[in-house]
Design a binder for this molecule. Structure first.
Ligand code: M6R
Length: 613
């Protein structure tokens, strides 16, 4: 939620900020703003709408300066309006703040500050930070302004509570930016005679791949020629820059109309890259020896949205391959339900961003219960990876589109590798069985390369069905979560009503919503449940549904008898099949949204990482 970028260097910061904001737009896009220090004065430009609106307004205002900050907003406190857009200022207008997260005690602080004569101009929680810094500057002692600002920020951090990351600039301290991180993402990019503050690496990846990952409570002090990091107690600490291997091009559309489409096509590579490290010693990652692995008795998977669907698939994998009972919870539910404190429990948190507040909260609870915690995550240095005992990284590169695609298939791939490892380690799988499963896994990237060739056919079909009011997705067993994911993807990007069901369940109620022409997308690879899926198609068709079957070559002919349209995906083993089955569903969502003229990469009301509860 919300994206922050800051620049300090020798060049005009405006193009860096606008470009950085475009890269961060996936984090929020209801308004945007920037502030530039120009000849000792702060020039602020803000606009409602996307970064493009800010860009237009900035061209007119034409500010120039070598220190600046910018922000793209996903509203939490106060409607999307120019007054509520960041940066926010204090009473003097000399302090500017951009912020991501929530200041939980802002109402109390605001009342206190107002009583002391501070005048507020917005409805946001952020503005209290600017006024508090203004207030604290009056009370701290320091020999020069740069130190004064730092001390005022540190004092402010002691007074605010919540999860936040923010950047500050003061008109009296040119060439200085201060960034604070507490439970919301914030990284520092270290360049040559220029440094960056940002919510996420793609914001500055074009200029540097050297990144300082901040820890909770850290304060980063950025000058043109260097960065100092202080811990929450104000003690200077050494943070080694990490070289990010992400190619800048992976954070760009590369000729595709949308990131979502590009990321669907990234999947063969994403799977290959994820698998490169998958045959890893998970035992070492988990910190468990053979006995420890054999003793694992329960696994809890926690995640949100699409990552939750990957977790549901993971349950089938772990139970079948490793014989360990698995529960899968929505992270927001896990936090508030009674979870039995059983020994030998492993909690696995799945998250693309590693910044999802609900998931991090659930992991904290799992830790309190004494469970070992493992993150399956895509973002190096993210809060989740710091919270969990250990992490297995999916390597799909930056995922920019709000609708998750390549992260999902990489997460499932990782869960399969983990399940196979656990099965081998606890003796549930023989070495031969393990090797066979692994061979199939290694062929997956190639199969995915075939699956993405389905775009043209899916695109063609969407012409017939895109105007439908509601869509239904059916799957069984390991494909049931794929039905849920197909429905989520479609509603997310096209705003159509869509629901996923276990195929065996429709006769218990959902079948009543099928009407003449209702598109029903049925996941029916040629496996042990194929015949049951044929019956499901017939039941739906008898009620007037327009049936679309997603099957494998061996099932194509029979599927054609009961469906209006058949898509053939490559065949892999039964467990891995969902990784390929989801591809036509991703294209379906994309093309329906496109035909309806929706904002595909930035659907209304959504943000890529949900860093608030
Ligand atoms: O970054 P995370 O994987 O933790 O995000 C979890 C969900 O917010 C996310 O999967 C969301 O459902 C996507 N927009 C789905 O496409």
């Amino acid at each position: 939620m919300c994206g922050i970028i800051g620049y300090v260097g020798n060049n005009n910061c405006v193009p860096y900020i606008i470009d950085g904001l475009k890269k961060l737009e996936y984090r929020g896009y209801d308004s945007a703003g920037l502030a530039v220090l120009q000849n000792g004065n702060l020039v602020t430009v803000r606009a409602v709408g996307k970064v493009a609106e800010l860009e237009k307004a900035t061209l007119i205002a034409n500010p120039k300066g070598t220190t600046g900050i910018g922000h793209t907003r996903w509203a939490t406190h106060g409607k999307p309006s120019e007054e509520n857009s960041h940066p926010h200022t204090d009473c003097t207008g000399d302090i500017v703040v951009v912020h991501n997260g929530i200041i939980e005690n802002y109402l109390t602080l605001r009342a206190k500050l107002e009583a002391r004569g501070h005048r507020f101009k917005s409805e946001t929680d952020t503005e209290v930070i600017a006024h508090l810094i203004e207030e604290n500057l009056l009370h701290v002692r320091a020999s020069h302004d740069q130190d004064r600002l730092l001390k005022a920020v540190q004092k402010t951090n002691k007074e605010i509570s919540g999860a936040y990351a923010y950047g500050v600039m003061w008109a009296r301290t040119p060439g200085l930016l201060i960034g604070v991180k507490k439970q919301s993402p914030m990284v520092v990019g270290v360049g040559k005679d220029e440094n960056f503050l940002a919510s996420d690496v793609p914001a500055f990846l074009k200029h540097t791949n050297k990144v300082l990952f901040l820890e909770e409570g850290d304060v980063a002090v950025l000058h043109v020629d260097g960065v100092t990091v202080l811990d929450k107690d104000g003690k200077e600490k050494k943070v080694k820059p990490v070289k990010i291997s992400w190619d800048q091009k992976t954070a760009e559309k590369g000729g595709y109309a949308h990131f979502m489409l590009k990321e669907i096509y990234d999947q063969p590579q994403a799977i290959e890259d994820t698998l490169r490290t998958a045959r890893t010693d998970f035992g070492k990652i988990l910190g468990l020896d053979t006995d420890g692995l054999r003793q694992l008795r329960n696994i809890h998977i926690i995640a949100c949205g699409t990552a939750y669907h990957a977790g549901l698939v993971g349950k089938y994998y772990i139970e079948q391959l490793a014989g360990i009972p698995v529960s899968v919870d929505l992270a927001s539910e896990y936090k508030y339900r009674t979870v039995p404190q059983l020994p030998n429990t492993l909690a696995i948190a799945i998250s693309q961003s590693g910044e999802t507040a609900d998931t991090i909260g659930a992991v904290k609870k799992a830790k309190e219960l004494g469970f070992r915690t493992l993150a399956i995550c895509n973002v190096l240095g993210s809060s989740l990876t710091r919270t969990c005992d250990s992490t297995f990284f999916t390597h799909c590169g930056p995922e920019i589109s709000v609708a998750s695609t390549k992260a999902f298939t990489s997460q499932i791939t990782s869960m399969y590798a983990l399940a196979a490892f656990l099965g081998q380690a606890n003796g549930n799988l023989s070495q031969t069985a393990f090797e066979k499963l692994y061979k199939e896994l290694l062929a997956l990237s190639k199969d995915m390369g075939e699956a993405v060739k389905l775009e043209y056919e899916v695109r063609h079909l969407t012409r017939k069905i895109y105007k439908a009011d509601r869509f239904i997705f059916l799957g069984r067993n390991v494909n049931f979560p794929i039905a849920l994911e197909g429905a989520l993807k479609l509603k997310e990007v096209s705003y159509r009503s869509a629901e996923g069901f276990a195929a065996g369940e429709i006769k218990h109620g959902p079948i009543s919503i099928i009407d003449k022409g209702t598109p029903v997308i049925v996941l029916m690879p040629h496996d042990a449940l194929f015949e049951k899926m044929l019956s499901a198609c017939q039941e739906c068709r008898a009620r007037g549904a327009f049936v679309v079957a997603v099957t494998t070559k061996a099932g194509a002919k029979m599927a054609a008898d009961v469906a209006d349209q058949v898509f053939i995906v490559p065949q892999t083993n039964e467990l891995l099949q969902p990784v390929l089955d989801v591809v036509p569903l991703q294209f379906l969502a994309y093309w329906i949204a496109k035909r309806l003229g929706c904002d595909i990469d930035q659907p209304r009301n959504l943000a890529k990482s949900v860093t608030v509860e």
